[in-house]
Design a protein around this ligand. Structure first.
Ligand SMILES: *Cc1c(COP(=O)(O)O)cnc(C)c1O
Length: 537
């Protein structure tokens, strides 16, 4: 009986199959039948591996041919130069690379939209005012601008069209990977900023989980509560949930709490080096062990610290391990447009191997406009940003970054010491690099009101919640104002203390209200309304 049922079922399935094939044949002809056959074959064990091998050898011979025809044979592995490359040499190289770029004027029909060729001409401008404000070396800033302008109309949308942009990008990835102790397998992409880097890593882990663990219908990731909101944005866009682990009085999550937050639905682990709020590096060494034990990938958000922590460590300060030296770390985001001192719009996302990066790349082959592929969120990718990120790294080199890190750490230490000496104020936890948060332990000194007073004096210190504090990221422009800043804080504290119970104004008042409302979705709605209003004409 059972046997009969099975054979009936088989017969039934077979009939359906024949009907389906007939249908497809009628609708799509031979192509449709081939599609069905390939999909059937794909279900056979081992077949996908064979397809992968054939594909990869085809792609290799194709790219070899393409690169060969451009006469490009430069090695890809590039280390950040020990000493920055001299400016004149870089400018000569820029002229050469610009001229080398294919195709020539009037022969290109996509990618570059520019009104007139005049914009290609380099302009010398007065940069002094700007650089005086930012505290950056004026020559560095001018170099960034010159490279930006030289490549600002070029487009990295097609990696074969502008080989110099591809070279810049590969070299930036390579140099950053070296800083993060990556080996030869580490690959990455240049993106428009920390958020895009994070979005890409989160998409990789979601898509990887869909493939490896199709049973998971409600994917989760685990992160300390201090993780940057860009990860929440990714969760919102890509449909997963972040489980938050609280932090202790030292602003570090308890590792056991962290491990307990992992469920059968967990698809990736997250941590920061350092987190933005208090400048503290998460216990990534321990989280890496958990990742290995549980067989989960681990993303380290080093957007803030990626271009600062390596130098802080080299200067001899204690920095917990956070990069590819830890075997559990599978990806790292690091912003070139923060302490890499490039222009805004540049960040690096690194993966331990290309198997992971594959999940980042979008491909679409059915467009009448041709085969379409794109490595990241953006379609057109501005060449100027890639070129200026490259020249920032090349011109500073290890010695340039170390020199800046030393100055900024000295400034940070002077400020932290000075603030800890101000009665009522203290630094939250033990920050690892060039930022910190200021709190008050004096019931008569409302730290948010201190923020208000500072703001009236022209100082823009960011307000933070739970616990309430003021955030400071130390930038080159602060090197010259240490005493002035400490004095302003002292005066502000005295003013608040002398008029006990001063009421909060502006954003401080709003933060006070927010802290009291337990239902945060109301506040989320409020924020949405705020943006709606702000962008009205
Ligand atoms: C700045 C920052 C980000 C987001 O980067 P954007 O460049 O602003 O998109 C993410 N994480 C941390 C820790 C950051 O400091």
């Amino acid at each position: 009986m059972l046997c009969y049922c099975v054979s009936l079922l088989e017969h039934f399935v077979f009939t359906i199959f024949i009907v389906a094939v007939g249908h497809v044949w009628h609708k799509e002809g031979l192509d449709g039948i081939l599609r069905i056959l390939i999909n059937l074959l794909k279900t056979l064990p081992g077949f996908e591996y064979i397809i992968q091998q054939v594909l990869s050898s085809e792609v290799k011979s194709f790219t070899k041919q393409m690169k060969g025809s451009e006469g490009e044979g430069r090695p890809v592995k590039v280390k950040l130069p020990e000493k920055g490359i001299p400016r004149d040499q870089l400018l000569t190289e820029m002229e050469k690379l610009k001229g080398e770029q294919k195709p020539k004027k009037g022969k290109l029909f996509a990618y570059i939209f520019t009104k007139d060729d005049e914009t290609f001409r380099l302009q010398q401008k007065a940069y002094d005012l700007f650089t005086e404000k930012t505290g950056m070396n004026p020559e560095h800033d001018q170099l960034i601008r010159l490279f930006y302008e030289a490549f600002m109309h070029e487009n990295a949308l097609n990696p074969l069209m502008f080989p110099n942009l591809r070279r810049f990008e590969n070299e930036i990835i390579s140099m950053t990977s070296e800083m993060m102790h990556g080996d030869h397998d580490v690959v990455g992409s240049l993106t428009s900023g920390g958020t895009e880097s994070i979005l890409m890593a989160m998409k990789v882990y979601r898509d990887r989980a869909r493939k490896l663990w199709p049973r998971i219908k409600h994917p989760q990731m685990v992160a300390p509560i201090t993780i940057h909101p860009a990860h929440e944005k990714a969760a919102h866009y890509f449909g997963f949930e972040i489980i938050h682990v609280p932090v202790g009085n030292d602003f570090i999550p308890d590792v056991d709490d962290y491990e307990r937050a992992i469920t059968p639905n967990t698809i990736a682990l997250l941590a920061s080096a350092p987190q933005y709020c208090h400048g503290i590096v998460d216990p990534i060494e321990e989280i890496s062990d958990i990742a290995i034990k549980k067989g989960l990938p681990l993303h380290v958000d080093s957007c803030f610290g990626g271009f600062m922590l390596p130098w802080v460590e080299k200067l001899g300060y204690p920095v917990p391990k956070y990069d590819f030296r830890l075997p559990g770390v599978t990806s790292i985001s690091a912003d070139v447009h923060k302490y890499g001192y490039s222009s805004k719009g540049a960040s690096v996302i690194l993966y331990r191997n290309s198997e992971l990066r594959k999940y980042q790349i979008f491909a679409y082959s059915r467009w009448p406009g041709g085969l379409f592929g794109s490595p990241s969120m953006a379609g057109s990718r501005p060449g100027g940003l890639i070129a200026s990120a490259w020249v920032a790294l090349m011109s500073l080199g290890v010695s340039g970054y170390m020199e800046m890190a030393k100055k900024l750490m000295d400034t940070t230490n002077k400020l932290k010491d000075g603030i800890n000496r101000i009665e009522s104020l203290h630094i939250l936890g033990k920050p690892h690099m060039t930022s910190f948060a200021i709190g008050s332990h004096d019931p008569d000194v409302d730290i948010m009101v201190v923020g208000d007073v500072m703001e009236r004096g022209g100082w823009r210190v960011e307000r933070q919640l739970s616990p309430e504090s003021l955030h400071c990221t130390i930038l080159p422009s602060h090197i010259a104002v240490v005493e002035e800043l400490l004095q302003a804080l002292k005066t502000a504290v005295m003013e608040v203390k002398s008029q006990k119970g001063q009421v909060r104004s502006g954003s401080s008042a709003m933060y006070g209200m927010v802290a009291k409302i337990p239902e945060k979705t109301i506040i989320d709605d409020f924020i949405v309304e705020f943006f709606n209003e702000v962008y009205k004409m």
